[in-house]
Ligand binder design. Structure first.
Ligand code: TV7
Ligand code: CA
Ligand code: ZN
Length: 397
């Protein structure tokens, strides 16, 4: 199988349930669970599954979801259907287009679709399973590409996210690990995870994102947002935000990523890391505005892996499905240490091969230099690095 062998000295686990793929947010909605089918097709056709422990993940139970989410919200998600939603909440029908966002964040971004709760429990169950494998040391790197839904709040759906699988996984890790580092390279701010761990010094949240308070979702995550301001609050300075402008390229991103993540690990000394690999930070993403290539995005995974800490890798955004699949297949190869042996030419027998025709049947199409030029100056980058260093110098180690 393309010379792929199990990694020496460590174990990688892949947590997935193909049932998530069949769910639909709606015809024009940008979130396409089908991108997971494409990702899986590449992982399998390269033979990468033979190098990992594969687990058919189970659905998270209501009780497991309620470890973070409010009971009435979990009940709501578990009973709402496209058929009964207007009967339950007639006020939803009064919104201008479809329903207004007044009830639990439901609306155009977060529609009630068929099988919604099943979909949520499956992607959340995979992240919780993955975290448990890391806790009991059956796995060193655990992967759930269907997770990474970082916007969901305690009692509110937001930005295509209903259940925050990342928060649930971190809560699981905290049972065995004193300190967890969360890193988020999705083009959007990881606001739900940040909010959940805002007041603790046991989780450090680091998000890299496009920031424009007025126009870019969710509008939070400026450099100055570093945790609670009160000096007695343990979470003070344990939140790190890296706000960026359009068009950031591989070189500046790698430089910035390494110069932010390295001091975080040195000073915070996490015992486990969670990496959210939202692929909407790639160039040519339907919703994103960065210029990263598959290799540039993957370099973040390589870099974090290099620290050798127990690592939970989750997906997230990504709205050009074929490039999401390329990125996550490449990142799977990095996790199993096969990135240098993988043929960049896609295997002939890849199912849905036609989906990859446009850029040529390669794992590494050129995704940079499109409509956005890099609006991040060298001075912007250095200012961020200095701010992060100064911030970290205030936390006791
Ligand atoms: C993790 N951007 C999630 C990212 C969530 C982004 C948004 C859309 C969008 C929604 C659609 C749609 C869309 C072409 C794009 C202020 C609004 C503007 C809804 C139309 N087409 C992640 C969320 C973001 C829904 N939301 O981080 C149905 O774009 O900007 C907004 C909010 C109000 C609601 N409207 C958009 O990547 C997984 N939504 C087409 C159909
Ligand atoms: Ca982010
Ligand atoms: Zn995103």
């Amino acid at each position: 199988n393309n010379g792929i062998t199990r990694p020496k000295g460590y174990t990688v686990s892949w947590h997935y349930n193909p049932e998530v793929e069949g769910h639909h947010f709606g015809q024009t909605h940008p979130m396409k669970p089908w991108r997971l089918t494409l990702t899986k097709s590449l992982v399998l056709s390269y033979g990468m599954h033979t190098a990992m422990d594969s687990y058919l993940s189970r659905a998270a139970t209501k009780d497991e979801i309620a470890e973070f989410h409010k009971d009435d919200y979990v009940d709501f998600l578990s009973i709402a259907t496209p058929q009964n939603i207007y009967e339950m909440y007639p006020e939803l029908a009064t919104g201008p287009q479809g329903y207004s966002s007044a009830i639990y964040g439901v609306g155009d971004d977060c529609p009630i679709f068929d099988g919604l709760f099943r979909y949520c429990s499956l992607y959340a169950g995979a992240s919780v399973d993955a975290a448990r494998k890391l806790c009991n040391k059956q796995s060193d790197i655990a992967i759930n590409w269907s997770g990474g839904l970082h916007h969901a709040k305690k009692a509110e759906a937001s930005g295509f996210c209903y259940v925050n699988d990342i928060v649930l996984a971190i809560l699981q890790l905290l049972r065995h690990h004193p300190r967890v580092l969360y890193i988020d390279i999705d083009v959007h701010h990881g606001d739900g995870v940040e909010q959940a761990f805002w007041s603790t010094d046991r989780v450090m949240c680091v998000s890299f994102h496009k920031y424009d308070r007025e126009v870019f979702f969710p509008g939070t995550g400026p450099l100055e947002s570093t945790g609670p301001l009160h000096p007695d609050n343990p979470g003070k300075n344990f939140t790190i935000n890296v706000p960026l402008n359009d068009g950031i390229d591989d070189e500046s991103y790698a430089y910035l990523f390494q110069n932010v993540v390295d001091p975080c690990i040195k000073i915070f000394q996490p015992t486990a890391v969670v990496l959210q690999c939202g692929a909407d930070s790639l160039g040519h993403d339907r919703l994103g505005c960065f210029n990263l290539n598959i290799r540039g995005h993957g370099q973040c995974v390589s870099y974090v892996k290099g620290f050798g800490l127990p690592l939970l890798v989750v997906g997230g955004g990504g709205y050009t499905p074929r490039n999401v699949a390329r990125a996550w297949a490449h990142e799977t190869s990095i996790c199993i240490g096969a990135d240098s042996t993988l043929n960049p030419e896609l295997p002939d027998h890849t199912p849905y091969r036609d989906a990859f025709r446009r850029e040529g049947f390669t794992l590494f199409p050129n995704l940079s230099g499109w409509r956005k030029e890099n609006m991040n100056t060298k001075a912007d980058i250095e200012r961020i690095i200095k701010h992060v260093r100064d911030q970290l110098s205030t936390i006791r180690t």
